[in-house]
Design a binder for this molecule. Structure first.
Ligand code: C5P
Length: 221
């Protein structure tokens, strides 16, 4: 059975962690669609393609040589055979990703690649438009949010936990800029699907979010 669960929402709301937990608990495959936009952005930066050169970016997205390898410590992401797992998570790559993601030809180029992840064994799809555009007939759709301040706080803790310095005010400014671009763009803006379940994680722990999501999925089965 090809059950698809979508989790959309702004950056830093906890989608990534929730999707990993859900994929583990259900045994379904995982699609981190943000990683595809991040990989497109990183490939553009490396090839010195301008983030305004729409046709070149779409070509780059269509031809991406990428692999996702499941490992003990999580998923390893490869671009042209090179491990870029950490590099694609850098703030600058995230900002560039949100720029290339606003371009419809880039989104078109990545659409079939995303749908190919639903290969029949069930899928948990993490992104901005999973429930609205990529998998509109998904069985269960979540829209996970948290206040921008709370998301900035979580990002600071995450960076500090890996020994990186973090400027909370700068991070909050970046989060708000990225939210605005994702929400206001013409192509696949960040909006909940009409049939999405809204989940505000501002005052919830990740365990509470996971328990609630699992209970909802079981009810829907
Ligand atoms: O989720 P993540 O922060 O890794 O995504 C990076 C960027 O990719 C987002 O800011 C957003 O602009 C874009 N994105 C998107 N559609 C998706 C997933 C991500 O536009 N389905």
């Amino acid at each position: 059975m090809n059950t698809i669960i979508t989790v959309d929402g702004p950056s830093g709301a906890g989608k990534g962690t929730l999707c990993q937990l859900l994929a583990k608990a259900t045994g379904y495959a995982l699609l981190d669609s943000g990683a595809l936009y991040r990989l497109t952005a990183l490939a553009a930066i490396k090839a010195e393609v301008a983030l305004t050169d729409v046709q070149a970016l779409a070509k780059l997205a269509a031809g991406l040589d990428i692999a996702f390898n499941a490992a003990e410590q999580g998923v390893t992401v490869l671009l042209a055979g090179k491990d870029v797992t950490r590099e694609i998570r850098e703030e600058a790559v995230g900002m560039a990703a949100s720029q290339v993601a606003a371009l419809q030809p880039v989104r078109d180029a990545l659409l079939m690649r995303q749908r190919a992840f639903a290969d029949g064994s069930g899928l948990v799809a993490d992104g901005r438009d999973m429930g609205t555009v990529v998998f509109p007939s998904a069985a269960v759709k979540f829209f996970l949010t948290a206040s921008a301040e709370e998301r900035a706080k979580r990002r600071v803790l995450q960076l500090e936990s890996v020994g990186q310095k973090a400027d909370e005010r700068q991070i909050l400014t970046d989060i708000e800029a990225r939210d605005k671009r994702d929400r206001e763009r013409a192509s696949s803006p960040l909006v909940p699907a009409a049939d999405a379940i809204l989940l505000d994680s501002t005052k919830m722990t990740i365990d509470q979010v996971f328990e609630y999501a699992m209970a909802t999925i079981k009810k829907a089965a």
